[in-house]
Write a protein of this length. Structure first.
Length: 169
């Protein structure tokens, strides 16, 4: 399917541009005071996914920006932690109303895990241990297997979403 240019731009703006601009606007206050915390939400998909042409690249940009800002704060000796969270599937959100499971926690469980990682000393992490395990296991698979799994899973989700939208209209 083709995506409208405005739709693609809006997605990049929401996922990458807005958080970067917001952080930039708050940075003077963070630099003056201390301690401070910046948390950016990334994704397992930060290297790109089929059927989601802007999501992965926007999240990849945000995680690269997170690393850069974390290094900048360290170079300046600022007491500002900059933390990027690589996130998998989370339930109980506006975009996912499925029931939670071990590998797809509800938002409250995920947030508790994320906040528990503040101060861990890393710039980018998978804060929820089952998500981190998923990332590690996928990283061990041969590329052709992980690519086939991701493509099948996302195509199935896309088709299910389309069917739901058609039923709702």
């Amino acid at each position: 399917d083709a995506y409208a240019a405005a739709e693609l731009a809006a997605h990049v703006n929401a996922m990458a541009t807005f958080p970067t601009l917001l952080t930039g606007a708050l940075l003077p206050a963070l630099r003056r005071g201390g301690p401070g915390l910046v948390v950016n939400m990334g994704s397992f998909a930060d290297d790109g996914l089929p059927y989601l042409p802007t999501y992965g690249p926007a999240k990849g940009f945000l995680m690269a920006s997170t690393r850069g800002l974390a290094r900048e704060m360290a170079c300046e000796g600022r007491d500002v932690e900059v933390l990027g969270l690589r996130v998998g599937l989370v339930c109980g959100t506006a975009l996912n109303d499925r029931p939670p499971s071990l590998f797809a926690p509800d938002a409250r469980v995920f947030v508790r895990a994320a906040l528990a990682r503040v101060g861990c000393g890393r710039m980018v992490i998978g804060p929820y241990w089952p998500h981190a395990l998923q990332m590690a296991l996928v990283g061990l698979l041969p590329a052709f297997l992980s690519e086939a799994f991701v493509a099948r899973e996302l195509k199935g989700r896309m088709l299910a979403e389309r069917a739901k939208m058609a039923k709702d209209h």
